[in-house]
Design a protein around this ligand. Structure first.
Ligand code: HEC
Ligand code: HEC
Ligand code: HEC
Ligand code: HEC
Ligand code: HEC
Ligand code: HEC
Ligand code: HEC
Ligand code: HEC
Ligand code: HEC
Ligand code: HEC
Ligand code: HEC
Ligand code: HEC
Ligand code: HEC
Length: 431
């Protein structure tokens, strides 16, 4: 520190030791009838406490409170410079130390002119603490937890750059985010892409509420979601995007709360409205359809909504009976061979044939009462091979199918029909 300061500290210590009787030259200035109020506070500036008025005010004799040094330079006579970093706070650059500090004394530590946020709001408009959701340290008036009042290497007088600022307090988040396999790019970039450091009308000081916050960047998603004919309720209701996604990091791409079918079964583990309990169904039916076994529900359902019945990604008839057209089974034929319902005769395409007579063709390829795939197959899972269903609905009733599969074919007895069978090794007729 500067030499004048050293002298003064010595004087201050000397006085504190109780030798106040050794009247200082300027003690008269703070006599009751004069400037007594200058000292009348809890926090008194070093040289003032030592009655060294002339350290700053020259020509005290003529009672003119002039300075031989002005502005910040006066303070720098004894204190280290406060404008040494790349970013210098407005009043410091203007030499206005007394914009925040009393040169004499004040009720606040460091002879500040206000405590906490009130100091800042002497000059800054308060659009920060009067929000509905205010950030912890801001609510506590602790502006300097993040801002250096004097000078810093960081923009906005921040004590640390970028996300490091947030991680100085949110240490747990730092660890959590580093541990995730995949991070949302705007989170890696900066937390303030979504959170306001001070306060906003939205929970968690978010700059907007979900889903609008998300749509701010994911414009294409908004467009897609607004256009679908069959919406998926959770996408816009309730917690919206947060029902399935995490905002920050994940082990289940893309930013999902859980992987595979676990995601869907978080909610579909109970009957919702007219939608049946899928978890219950899957648990009870061990013979699972390929993509279901792989947990890939999204191969058939668009989680954000779709143009087809049951948010399916492609056409599948909603009805039990439907006049045949190949397009109506676009969902199934996205993965399976469409010829199984087009070719009347085959010895290779399907195991569901009687000799070379394609039984898929027989049942499905009909008008008006073509059997849709669901007439025989459970789409998700069943108890028997090829997830053939156990019962078919018939009006308000349902009849068991009683499907028996054997080495070369199979048979079924539906309701009161007689047993029907198919046999792949039946001799092929000459055609
Ligand atoms: C560290 C430097 C410093 C010391 C020491 C100091 N002053 Fe000051 N004083 C100032 C500054 C700077 C101002 C102008 C204040 C402003 O601009 O707000 C000032 C202003 C004043 C004023 C006029 C404005 C006011 O605040 O009422 C009086 C009177 C005064 N000082 C008296 C004294 C007396 C008496 C002492 C000794 C007990 C003293 N000062 C010690 C820096 C000092
Ligand atoms: C003549 C020397 C001198 C001048 C000029 C001076 N100060 Fe000080 N200042 C001191 C001394 C001595 C202390 C007491 C140091 C201590 O307690 O460690 C002090 C303490 C302070 C403190 C409290 C620091 C702490 O750690 O508690 C602040 C704030 C401060 N001064 C601000 C200013 C400002 C602002 C100015 C200019 C208006 C200024 N000083 C001018 C000598 C000076
Ligand atoms: C915008 C308000 C503001 C201005 C302007 C300001 N200070 Fe400060 N100053 C503070 C605050 C707030 C603290 C308390 C910091 C803390 O608690 O860490 C402080 C603390 C100090 C301290 C004691 C702690 C330290 O950093 O050494 C000194 C000395 C000091 N200021 C000197 C100055 C000087 C010299 C100037 C002018 C060049 C100045 N201040 C201008 C707000 C200000
Ligand atoms: C004496 C008046 C004054 C006080 C008190 C004051 N400031 Fe400032 N502040 C300014 C000025 C002047 C600027 C520069 C404004 C500009 O460049 O547009 C500024 C700029 C800032 C900036 C940078 C703004 C930007 O857009 O780059 C921040 C952050 C800031 N102040 C925070 C604080 C905090 C926190 C406090 C309280 C510890 C505080 N200020 C107290 C006058 C003050
Ligand atoms: C948790 C850290 C934190 C706290 C606490 C904090 N700020 Fe900030 N402040 C920031 C960040 C970060 C920015 C940069 C803004 C951005 O990136 O959007 C900023 C920007 C600012 C700005 C300039 C831009 C603006 O919004 O006007 C001012 C002025 C400011 N803060 C004042 C304050 C005041 C006054 C307080 C106390 C009431 C305070 N800050 C408390 C982190 C904080
Ligand atoms: C000075 C310490 C500090 C810094 C720096 C800080 N925070 Fe905080 N933050 C807190 C405190 C304290 C709370 C309140 C905790 C509580 O209520 O449980 C909080 C709460 C939050 C919350 C709400 C959490 C909840 O569960 O309600 C969010 C979001 C948040 N901070 C984000 C940020 C971001 C983003 C940054 C960086 C711009 C940041 N914080 C910097 C201390 C800090
Ligand atoms: C893409 C936008 C976005 C970014 C960027 C972002 N967050 Fe969040 N954050 C959110 C959303 C949305 C929530 C609310 C989550 C909810 O409702 O479950 C949240 C909640 C929080 C919470 C409170 C709930 C919790 O998880 O504890 C904290 C703390 C938090 N964020 C810290 C951070 C930090 C620190 C960063 C930067 C490293 C950051 N956030 C970056 C969107 C974001
Ligand atoms: C500030 C802009 C921004 C905001 C706000 C934002 N995102 Fe993102 N998001 C991105 C960018 C950039 C990417 C990476 C490029 C891409 O895949 O489009 C991304 C990627 C994603 C991904 C794909 C990740 C992957 O691994 O492929 C999901 C899912 C996502 N965001 C969801 C959300 C949700 C939910 C919200 C609202 C809480 C949100 N985003 C808010 C910018 C943003
Ligand atoms: C019901 C669960 C669910 C909800 C709610 C949800 N998503 Fe998704 N989202 C997913 C799944 C699952 C994927 C992965 C899709 C895939 O694998 O084809 C995904 C992928 C994404 C992707 C990256 C790939 C793509 O499709 O572009 C973005 C971006 C995205 N979602 C944004 C959002 C936004 C924004 C919201 C809120 C409006 C939202 N999501 C709501 C489940 C959901
Ligand atoms: C956050 C909870 C939630 C998650 C996660 C969720 N759903 Fe849903 N789902 C619902 C709700 C609520 C409905 C609407 C039920 C109703 O109609 O009342 C629904 C409806 C459906 C429907 C019927 C749509 C219709 O209108 O016919 C299907 C199919 C569906 N969900 C599949 C999925 C799939 C596949 C996933 C995983 C990618 C998934 N859901 C994840 C809550 C969820
Ligand atoms: C191979 C395509 C396919 C896959 C994979 C698939 N679904 Fe489906 N899902 C469908 C079809 C087709 C329907 C309509 C069935 C009907 O109405 O007969 C449907 C209907 C539903 C329904 C509504 C059930 C009802 O009738 O109430 C839910 C819920 C559902 N699926 C959830 C899921 C979940 C969860 C997964 C992943 C475990 C999944 N789906 C995987 C094709 C699929
Ligand atoms: C996303 C691709 C995909 C879609 C769409 C799809 N499947 Fe499948 N399907 C598979 C896979 C993979 C298997 C398992 C094949 C295996 O194990 O050899 C399979 C197996 C089957 C089986 C049992 C075959 C066997 O050999 O065990 C039947 C029956 C079946 N699917 C019917 C359907 C029906 C009906 C639809 C339309 C509602 C459909 N599939 C849609 C991929 C799909
Ligand atoms: C009348 C009942 C019935 C209908 C309707 C039906 N299937 Fe099948 N399907 C079967 C039977 C039975 C088998 C088992 C044949 C065997 O291996 O013995 C089978 C087998 C399959 C297989 C396994 C591969 C093969 O062909 O052997 C697939 C894939 C398949 N069906 C898809 C479909 C699709 C897609 C639809 C709707 C377009 C459909 N099925 C409609 C009864 C039916």
């Amino acid at each position: 520190m500067k030499s004048k300061l050293v002298v003064l500290v010595a004087v201050a210590v000397f006085l504190a030791a109780g030798w106040t009787s050794m009247a200082c030259a300027d003690q008269s200035c703070v006599a009751k009838e004069c400037h007594a109020k200058l000292l009348d506070n809890k926090y008194v500036h070093g040289p003032v406490g030592a009655f060294e008025c002339q350290m700053c005010h020259v020509k005290i004799g003529d009672h003119k409170f002039k300075f031989d040094i002005e502005g910040a330079d006066l303070c720098y006579e004894c204190h280290d410079k406060k404008d040494t970093e790349a970013f210098v706070h407005g009043p410091i650059a203007a030499g206005d130390c007394t914009g925040c500090h009393s040169p004499h004394s004040s009720p606040y530590k460091f002879q500040l002119l206000g405590d906490g946020q009130n100091l800042c709001f002497r000059c800054h408009e308060n659009n920060k603490t009067n929000q509905k959701f205010v950030h912890g340290p801001v609510a506590a008036g602790d502006c300097i937890a993040c801002h250096d009042p004097h000078t810093t290497p960081n923009k906005y007088q921040l004590i640390a750059p970028g996300n490091d600022l947030c991680f100085t307090c949110h240490v747990d988040k730092k660890d959590e985010f580093a541990a995730g396999k995949s991070i949302h790019p705007p989170v890696a970039d900066r937390c303030t892409n979504c959170h306001n450091a001070h306060g906003t009308p939205h929970k968690y000081q978010l700059s907007g509420s979900v889903p609008d916050l998300c749509f701010g960047c994911h414009v294409d998603k908004q467009e897609q979601i607004s256009k679908v004919k069959v919406p998926h309720k959770p996408v816009l209701d309730g917690t919206s995007c947060m029902g399935c996604h995490t905002p920050h990091v994940t082990n289940d791409k893309p930013l999902l709360k859980a992987g595979g079918s676990d995601l869907c079964l978080m909610c579909h583990d109970t009957q919702i409205g007219t939608v049946s309990n899928m978890k219950g169904w899957l648990d009870a039916n061990p013979d699972k359809h390929g993509p279901v076994k792989n947990g890939d529900c999204a191969s058939c359902h668009n989680p954000h909504g779709a143009d087809y019945y049951r948010i399916l990604v492609n056409y599948f008839p909603p009805e039990f009976y439907a006049p045949y057209s190949t397009d109506k089974y676009a969902l199934c034929f996205g993965c399976h061979n469409k010829e199984i319902s087009i070719d009347e005769f085959t010895t290779t395409l399907t195991g569901f044939r009687n000799g070379d007579k394609n039984m898929h063709f027989v049942h499905v390829n009909k008008s008006p009462k073509g059997r849709t795939c669901r007439a025989c197959h459970e789409v998700h899972a069943g108890t028997q091979g090829k997830h053939v269903r156990e019962k078919v609905p018939f009006g308000k009733l349902s009849y068991p199918i009683r499907f028996t599969k054997n080495e070369n074919g199979g048979s079924c007895v539906v309701g009161c029909h007689v047993e029907r069978g198919y046999d792949r090794v039946k001799p092929v007729q000459n055609r």
